[in-house]
Design a protein around this ligand. Sequence first.
Ligand SMILES: NC(=O)c1ccc[n+]([C@@H]2O[C@H](COP(=O)([O-])OP(=O)(O)OC[C@H]3O[C@@H](n4cnc5c(N)ncnc54)[C@H](O)[C@@H]3O)[C@@H](O)[C@H]2O)c1
Length: 362
Amino acid sequence: MSAASTVLVSTRDGSYPVVVGHDLLGSLTDHLTLPEGVAAALIVTEEGILEAGHVTPVEQCLRRIEIDVHRAIVPTGEPAKQVGVLTELWRAAAQVPLSRRDLVVAVGGGVVGDLAGFAAAAFNRGIGVLQVPTTLLGQVDAAIGGKTGINLPEGKNLVGAFHQPVGVVCDIAALRTLDERILREGFGEIVKYGLIRDPSILELLESGPVEPSDRDLLTELVLRSVRVKAEVVGADVREHGERAHLNLGHTFGHAVETLTAYQTVLHGEAVAIGTVVALHLGVRLGHTEPSLVGRVEDLFTRLGLPIRPPVLDRDEVWTVMARDKKADRDGVRFVVLEDVGRPTVIVPDPSDVNAVLDRLAG
Ligand SMILES: NC(=O)c1ccc[n+]([C@@H]2O[C@H](COP(=O)([O-])OP(=O)(O)OC[C@H]3O[C@@H](n4cnc5c(N)ncnc54)[C@H](O)[C@@H]3O)[C@@H](O)[C@H]2O)c1
């Protein structure tokens, strides 16, 4: 059996394992126990994952324990996160038919995970979902914590549900087939975990060249990131308090993604740009130690991530940020850092945000 480490995510409603290791797809049921009574599974995936060869081992593994396995293919990329695709998934589940004890299995990146998770959250008023993330971003972030959902033309992830998975399996070997840019965007979230909670992540990234093919380094980074996410979401499932710190870089980052139609800037790249904006804002308002800005900008640059915003219409930026779930009646909230490991949430005056954006544009 291949070696793997398990991190438990403990919430008020129970706990579930996140398994991290190599070559796990064909043996995932050796590493976690499925809920009792699962007789059928609907694997939700997309063509890219299928072509990369990651679906067949999962299917074979489930069939070995006599689960009746079905497959639903969703379109590739962000446009798949829409209600029409969700309806197709519910109909596929009904045609199996999946009972309340059966499983949806998401094999793919954050898009597949968000969609399949939401489909499972509502089908039969909620059935189990097993998350098998195949992107770095999916492994360190999207698959853990139970946030699921779809986009509307008005904004990203505006409709969804909290639905914790029955388990998460992060196979580092599955990352080998990823396009390098898509692999690298995952570092945007990994740096975020280092900044809000675990300085050892930053030290590991700064200690030498970061080669995407370095499987031991990737395993260690995924494991440490999973631990941070597990601790934070376990303490605050519904984002009333500490979980909001995970939004470092996301307030402006989501505006970048929305206004570039989720196409030119990838999610993790937008988070890197948003983190830099938050750091400059923190320095301007006297919260952040100025030397942190250069340190983080250097790190993102070494990791191949952007650190400056694209040209965007400022009014549109504010419209999107105000519509974001991180906004409330007081205004648009930003996570800023007092230092590494000391995040805090502020509602800045828009003129300060605009001054930072002007400076970064110049
Ligand atoms: N639920 C959450 O908490 C949460 C957190 C962060 C991000 N997200 C969501 O995640 C989504 C982004 O996820 P993503 O970056 O994983 O993008 P993605 O799911 O679109 O995957 C990116 C691309 O990689 C390809 N791919 C995936 N795995 C592969 C593999 N192993 N080999 C070859 N190709 C592979 C896919 O076909 C796709 O083209 C966004 O919709 C974002 O909103 C959700």
